[in-house]
Ligand binder design. Structure first.
Ligand code: M6R
Length: 613
């Protein structure tokens, strides 16, 4: 969480940094700030609220300068206010720093510094780090670079930092451990950012810093890399494949809506080149070297958080059905602290849109220590999880900016379907006929999804009826049960309505007590092997005067008769229903949140990339 941006070059640094912060605002948006170098001093402006509040605040201030750092915050230590906003400064005001991460031993360090007379202005862990750097710089007469490096050796925790000093208009120092940081190399200019989105407009050449690396950047000497242990490293320059248009709203009112509508394309992009109907095969090139491990795996363990965890639950049904491998789906945050039993013949699959989620990253590090094979399913190319795993398949959904995950979910489910099919085929656990039929059906999903999106007006009307509800229930069975969880999560996170997802049959074991005429119950009731059962569950809701909004298969008769509202989706193989049925749930949440005047793209208290535990 938190986004950081820095610029050194000939441009107006404030403008580059502000634009970058707006791109990174999805990472945190409770306060923001900039430090701009000018004539042997630094102008600092900070403001509670969105980046726009900072822009308004700084509109009549001096924002000139060619070196600047900026930060958009998601609070961990201390309230979101102007004092706790970054950048923070050393006690003599000469060193300024922005930080993404958590300094875990900050209280010990703080006590030591306080005993030596340092006064703290904020409640943040970050201020400890900048005082520590200042202390080493002042007392040890070290260069700024070595002061930062030595200070980082005393720090336990996660950080991506960028540091500048009053004394040098040509120096940026950047370092990372467990929080992402990218350096952009332009023509006579340098950029640092939490991800490549603030950089892509200016250059495609980037260096992703590795854990424990520290960069010294100056116009005079270019980029020099070391470890914090003082070993020289050679920067590995990569070319970005991202396109600027992918980062814009492209005429949509919100990123979330754009991303919902992008799903026919993002699913297609995730499948492209990975299967052939004529040859009857699926090949995920990224995992080919580890295919045998998957085929012989005694079990699979999916580790993930939030929406990605829901994709893992769908994956459980897919792998057990198609490849006949037992699957466990774990919340990464629980798995990592449980002393889990992992064997060498286990395959651990980490699912993460950002590839930076701290708990998921920590979970795979544990699995790696215990010699499991690690596979990543990530959306962000070059992300920490994609680098930490032995192999993997990218989802190719394109940048997902809306905090509520939408297209990343369907892309993850697409990859899981292909992976299960590839392994099932090799193991012989799926018949040729079923395999080929599934492939044809999968290929047809993007077109079918376009039909689902045409239901938007109807979905908006239904949203209007229920947007004032205070509670909602989501029900599904089998492979659609994770969709109930996902639908409830989407509603909660962007509209702040309390919602719960349940396996439909579990309702009678408790939640049925909640049902009255005020309660909307969203049911995934497509025509599949549990159709009759879900019809009975709907009857149970109706008998208690609950309002049923059902997602049904095209041509359905029975549910249509009893539901208060229904949304039709095209018929498809029941294993592929999640790819279609999720979308009306996303749209429902979107419209309800909008009608409640909630910030759809940046819901309160959340951040896109959760890089803290
Ligand atoms: O980047 P990841 O997929 O690892 O993120 C996991 C969760 O933080 C994420 O899915 C979160 O739950 C979303 N806000 C859900 O919409």
């Amino acid at each position: 969480m938190c986004g950081i941006v820095a610029y050194l070059g000939e441009k107006n640094a404030y403008e580059v940094v502000i634009k970058g912060l707006q791109r990174l605002e999805y990472r945190g948006y409770d306060s923001s700030g900039v430090a701009i170098h000018k004539d042997k001093s630094v102008n600092i402006y900070k403001q509670k609220g969105k980046v726009q509040d900072l822009i308004d605040f700084a509109s009549d201030k001096d924002t000139n300068g060619n070196l600047a750092i900026g930060h958009t915050r998601w609070a961990t230590h201390g309230l979101p206010n102007n004092v706790n906003a970054h950048p923070h400064q050393s006690s003599n005001g000469k060193i300024s720093l922005v930080h993404n991460g958590i300094i875990e031993n900050y209280s010990v360090l703080k006590k030591e510094l306080e005993q030596r007379g340092y006064k703290f202005l904020s409640e943040t862990d970050t201020e400890v780090l900048v005082h520590l750097i200042g202390d080493i710089h002042k007392n040890g007469k070290q260069s700024l670079f070595d002061s930062v490096r030595l200070a980082l050796n005393e720090v336990i925790g996660a950080y991506a930092i960028v540091v500048i000093s009053d004394e040098n208009p040509d120096e940026l120092i950047a370092a990372r451990k467990s929080s992402p940081l990218v350096v952009g190399l332009g023509q006579g200019e340098y950029f640092c950012a939490s991800d490549a989105t603030p950089i892509i407009e200016y250059t495609k050449n980037v260096v992703y810093l590795e854990d424990g690396e520290i960069a010294h950047i100056s116009l005079k000497n270019g980029l020099k890399l070391k470890t914090i242990g003082n070993q020289n490293k050679t920067p590995y320059i990569q070319e970005l494949e991202m396109h600027l248009e992918a980062l814009e709203k492209g005429g949509y009112e919100h990123f979330m809506l754009k991303e919902i509508y992008e799903q026919p394309k993002s699913i297609l992009d995730s499948m492209r080149g990975r299967f052939s109907i004529s040859q009857g095969k699926v090949v995920l090139g990224g995992i080919l070297d580890y295919e045998e491990k998957l085929i012989n795996a005694k079990r699979l363990i999916f580790v993930a958080c939030g929406t990605s965890w829901h994709a893992g639950l769908v994956g459980e049904y897919l792998f057990e059905e198609i490849a006949r491998i037992p699957v466990e789906v774990e919340y990464a945050s629980e798995f990592r602290y449980r002393n889990p039993i992992i064997n060498e013949d286990d395959v651990v699959i980490a699912i993460s849109q950002s590839g930076e989620t701290a708990d998921t990253l920590a979970a795979i590090k544990i699995a790696k220590e215990r010699k499991a094979t690690l596979i990543g399913i990530c959306n962000v190319v070059g992300s920490s999880i994609s680098r930490e795993t032995h192999c993997g398949s990218y989802t190719h959904a394109g940048p997902e900016i809306g905090v509520a995950s939408t297209k990343a979910f369907t892309a993850q489910v697409t990859i899981l379907t292909l992976m299960a099919m590839m392994i099932g085929r090799r193991k012989g656990t799926i018949t040729n006929e079923r395999f080929n039929r599934l492939l044809v059906e999968l290929n047809a999903i993007p077109e079918k999804l376009k039909t689902v999106l045409k239901e938007n007006d109807l979905i908006e009307k239904i949203a209007k009826i229920y947007h004032k509800s205070t509670n909602a229930l989501y029900l599904g069975r089998g492979i659609n049960f994770p969709l109930a969880l996902e639908g409830a999560l989407k509603l909660k996170e962007i509209s702040y309505i309390h919602a719960e997802g349940y396996p439909a049959a579990e309702m009678k074991h408790g939640p049925i007590a909640l049902i009255d005429e005020e309660m909307p119950v969203f049911v995934i009731a497509t025509k599949d092997s549990s159709y009759e059962k879900i019809v009975s569950n709907i009857q149970e809701v109706k008998a208690r005067k609950g309002k049923v909004i059902a997602i049904v298969s095209h041509g359905d008769k029975e549910v249509k008769k009893i539901a208060n509202h229904y949304i039709e989706i095209p018929k498809c193989d029941e294993l592929l229903v999640p790819l279609l049925a999720t979308v009306p749930l996303q749209l429902l949440s979107y419209h309800i949140a909008l009608m409640r005047e909630c910030n759809v793209d940046q819901p309160r208290n959340l951040a896109k990339s959760v890089t803290v535990e």
